[in-house]
Design a protein around this ligand. Structure first.
Ligand code: ZN
Length: 198
């Protein structure tokens, strides 16, 4: 089936999104064409603005529209604790429960020996710089309970412990392989409260 070029291109764009096959992409493209002009304009504007205005915090790596991010700039937060997560969505999940008041560090990935991803391939170097320049007494590793999450947490513990920094890991309230992003608030809260030292 040959569609006019503009809709063929729109289908192609939608099909590049995760989890969207050609059938869904086609449905979305036709739906978009039927939408009101101002709704489509707003949609296009938001896409471009998200890409243009967002950046990664130069201190913690969190997704932000200001650098440093609001969390790193907030001097009322506990500067002695850094919680390490895989990506920015985990920060949002943890901020939503409003029980953690320290700082974060976003790795943008995990160490994965199986896939040849080492410590230098994720955002770890800036963490070491932060630890050298600031009075940090505890690092909480909140990577997911997967093989890569474990490998990452082991590595961090091995590197930081000789420096006299307490390294803890979220308690096993989270099921193996579960995503922090999707954990309910009570589970997440309990996992932080019952964190164990590595
Ligand atoms: Zn930050």
């Amino acid at each position: 089936m040959l569609y006019p070029t503009p809709i063929a291109k729109l289908i192609d764009s939608y099909s590049k999104l995760p989890g969207i096959g050609i059938k869904t992409a086609t449905r979305l493209a036709f739906y978009t064409i039927g939408m009101e002009d101002d709704v489509v304009n707003e949609f296009a504007k938001n896409l471009l603005a998200a890409k243009r205005d967002l950046t990664y915090c130069s201190i913690c790596g969190n997704l932000t529209d200001q650098d440093p991010c609001g969390i790193c700039q907030d001097t009322s937060r506990d500067q002695s604790t850094i919680l390490i997560v895989e990506d920015s969505r985990d920060v949002t999940a943890l901020e939503n429960i409003q029980e953690y008041h320290g700082l974060y560090h976003v790795l943008h990935g995990l160490i994965s020996p199986m896939n040849g991803i080492g410590p230098d391939d994720i955002n770890l170097k800036t963490l070491l710089t932060r630890l050298m320049e600031n009075e940090v007494t505890e690092v909480i590793v909140a990577t997911n309970a997967t093989a890569d999450g474990e490998a990452t947490s082991m590595y961090i513990s091995r590197v930081l412990k000789p420096a006299g920094i307490k390294v803890t890991r979220l308690a096993r309230g989270l099921a193996v392989g579960s995503d922090i992003e999707y954990a309910d608030e009570v589970t997440l809260l309990r996992a932080i409260e019952n964190r164990t030292e590595l």
